[in-house]
Design a protein around this ligand. Structure first.
Ligand code: 5GP
Ligand code: MG
Length: 179
């Protein structure tokens, strides 16, 4: 049973989404992803670090052949978006391949507004987006989340891969900053 409150560094967070709620939702998304991609040998492209846990759960539920790849994108320092986005890591070839980009959270959408055109320039056969969390009230770009876990309020969250200054990623539930 997950705790109702956690402390990460100097901040207290309240439980927002339990492990069982998250896993039930991932099961639902995986049905859709299996239906769409089963015969296509997709590349599951996880955005590190935050998407590692969600991405792992999606990949474990996929029932066809697939590749798994990673890239790193960073826009947050502490609890505020820095506005600029850094992308690094050698991207494995995605030309003529179906790609499912896997994110932890879509907040302002700035990261993906930069990343998705870069990936499209590599000519994948298709490019879809899965994100565990989505803050509609924070969105500042024209973006579609094809497989969205949960829409959440515009508040800072940790857990299930998401960190507060590098801590908190290991919690198997999502917590929201108190207050
Ligand atoms: P965006 O570019 O959409 O504003 O932000 C995307 C990235 O910022 C996410 O991939 C995530 O790493 C980070 N981020 C946005 N909102 C939150 C949040 O509430 N908590 C945490 N821990 N990271 C967030
Ligand atoms: Mg991220």
């Amino acid at each position: 049973m997950a705790s109702e409150k956690i402390t990460v560094h100097d901040k207290v967070f309240d439980l927002l989404l339990s492990q069982s709620e998250i896993e039930a939702r991932i099961d639902q998304l995986s049905v859709l992803i299996n239906e769409h991609y089963r015969e296509q040998c997709p590349i599951f492209l996880m955005v590190l670090n935050g998407a590692f846990m969600f991405g792992t759960e999606l990949v474990k539920r996929f029932q066809g052949p697939c590749e798994v790849s990673f890239l790193r994108a960073k826009s947050y320092v502490g609890m505020a978006s820095s506005g600029s986005v850094q992308v690094d890591g050698q991207l494995s070839p995605i030309k003529n391949r179906p790609v499912l980009l896997i994110e932890d959270i879509v907040d302002s959408g700035t990261t993906l507004a930069k990343l998705m055109p870069m990936l499209r320039d590599e000519n994948p056969i298709s490019l879809r987006l899965a994100s565990l969390l989505f803050k509609p009230a924070a969105l500042q770009h024209d973006l579609k989340v094809d497989y969205c876990g949960f829409e959440i309020p515009n508040r800072f969250v940790v857990g299930y891969g998401l960190d507060y200054n590098q801590l908190g990623r290991n919690y198997p539930a999502i917590y929201v900053l108190e207050g």
